[in-house]
Design a protein around this ligand. Sequence first.
Ligand code: MN
Length: 134
Amino acid sequence: MRYQVLVVEDTAVNMKLISMLLDKAGYRVLQTGNASDGIALAREHRPDLILMDIQLPGMDGLTATRLLKEDEKTRHIRIIALTAFAMKGDEERMIAAGCDGYIAKPIRYRHFLAEVEKHLLANATERNAGHEQK
Ligand code: MN
């Protein structure tokens, strides 16, 4: 079964690049440019991973992450924040919101795919071990 990754990103050029990289790596990609659609898609499709842009029009990515992590149906889904700013304090804010990791933009291809793979494998390991999911 191919992994499904939900990408929430409002900048078209970033979305195009990210989707292309994921597609070439063999993942199925769900796309949206805003947080509320992202939440709806996550609830409906239960993707294996979510890549969440922080700066979005309307609801921001950290608020969306918090809502997804509060919801019994979606709290187990790992969320990687996509951020153009990774300054001191930002990492703490992302962790506090419930993000499982973050990737700084601009995206470096190999690093990006390695991070995605790392989180998908961690998911699989948790499931196999039969651990209570976060
Ligand atoms: Mn953005």
